[in-house]
Design a protein around this ligand. Structure first.
Ligand code: FES
Length: 148
């Protein structure tokens, strides 16, 4: 019983430590990656956030992922975000696009782990860095009127 009281007091003392949140945050970051959040941009060219795309899919129920372009023009710039848009569409609308639509996409040739990752596992910083690499390697550019 005394041991439990002592351990509880020790834990409470540690919990009240001023730097505990920072230490906890570092520990959590080192253990798990933070997936994309609702406020993270999926389409950098048109600054469209994950929340907006999910809402669009839930409300409008697009039949194919390319119809997500009706949501603030997402996916109509450099093309980086199209695989992610397809994944979100598939998850939110429970629709599998036909094979001929996938092959028709001219962006399929560029592969990277960040580009093909699921929103639930990729970190925003990695996703953004992957896009910079994509722009550099493919020579694609964001729309001129949407300079970053
Ligand atoms: S990031 Fe979406 S079209 Fe460029």
């Amino acid at each position: 019983m005394d041991e439990i009281v002592i351990r509880t007091a020790w834990t409470m003392e540690r919990a009240n430590s001023a730097d505990l949140p920072a230490k906890l945050a570092r520990a959590v970051q080192s253990i798990a990656k933070m997936p994309l959040q609702d406020d993270d941009e999926i389409c950098f060219c048109f600054h469209v956030k994950l929340r907006k795309i999910r809402s669009f899919c839930r409300i409008e129920r697009p039949k194919v992922a390319s119809q997500i372009s009706e949501c603030l023009s997402a996916g109509t710039g450099c093309g980086w975000c199209r695989p992610m848009l397809r994944k979100i569409h598939q998850q939110e609308c429970q629709v599998e696009e036909p094979w001929w639509r996938k092959i028709k996409d001219d962006e399929v040739d560029y592969h990277s782990a960040e580009r093909e990752a699921d929103a639930a596992v990729v970190e925003h910083a990695d996703y953004a860095a992957g896009r910079q690499k994509y722009l550099k390697e493919t020579g694609r550019e964001p729309p001129a009127d949407r300079a970053e």
